[in-house]
Unconditional design. Sequence first.
Length: 367
Amino acid sequence: MSVFTKLYRGETRFDFIGARRRWYAASLALIAICLLSFVFRGFNVGIDFKGGTQFQISSGRLNISPTDAEQAMTRAGEVPEGAAQQVGSGVNRSIIVKTKELSQDVQSTVSAKFASELKIDKSLISIDSVSSTWGSEITRKAVQGLIVFLIAVFLYISMRYQWKMGVAALVALIHDLIIAAGIYSLVGFELTPSTIVGLLTILGFSLYDTVVVFDKVTENTRDLAATARMTYGEAANLAVNQTLMRSINTSLISLLPVGGLLFVGAGLLGVGTIKDLALILFIGLAVGAYSSLFLATPIVVELKEREPEYRALAKRVIAKRSAATRAGEPALAGGSVPLPARGAPAPAPRPGARPGSRPARKPRKRG
């Protein structure tokens, strides 16, 4: 049977749990890189958060590129905050150039010089200003919303399953948050309210994928201590393998349209207003799928296998398999003894026995 067939049927046996130290090391390395980027590079914060002034040029019938607009603004006496963005297409095409926060008098002066440098009428330039006070309020509310979301996730997982799964889900979400934000910092895309919306969206996707795996783990570990067929880690690893195809399908179906937004919309067509949202969604979906498979479930196993009940279970499973091995019965993974395959030849009869006869019983000693 091929790997793809096993994957489709949920019959793969990849050792996700046994190799968890590797996943921890990879995640810690990525988190370290992201934290260093936070310190040394920071974020390209948009005017919605730090305040500023936005000049929008109606360039649908004009031959003006974003680079031309940036250079014209520099010659007009103001340094653009980040790269100019192109929005819309055809006659509705516009170019947006952002600067630091300017007073009303300075805005009028800069707008006149800007129009003169571009050799267009001043009426084609609209001005929008955002105060730094409003930007700080948006930042505060975004942080509050994120904290409330994480607390709600922990409470839900703890009540639906158990608090150790709630801890694992919370760690996975924080992991996704740091890595997604870190890649955003490394690439240097502008941080806007759309980015925060996308971030909350991908955290929701990561939570959904994690809950699917946790649900299967709960199903596989029900009455596990009574049967002693496998350890908690083996049951959890089986759950990850059983949900692997579903996670791959969900991630691919989500990544394809987002990849179209990022690479076609923002890359080829140059629609700058969607690239910040598309990038955070693309990164977050990929990281969320990784954390639900390689991080959340292994953390649950780490916490659960410290419990006395599951320590004792592991000892019983090992003892059961050792006894089966000594008896010449090759135990399956999980401790069960395999039955004869359908169609396999019956054991050879003892010498002198008639076909179909039962084995002779040993005579009892009369006392």
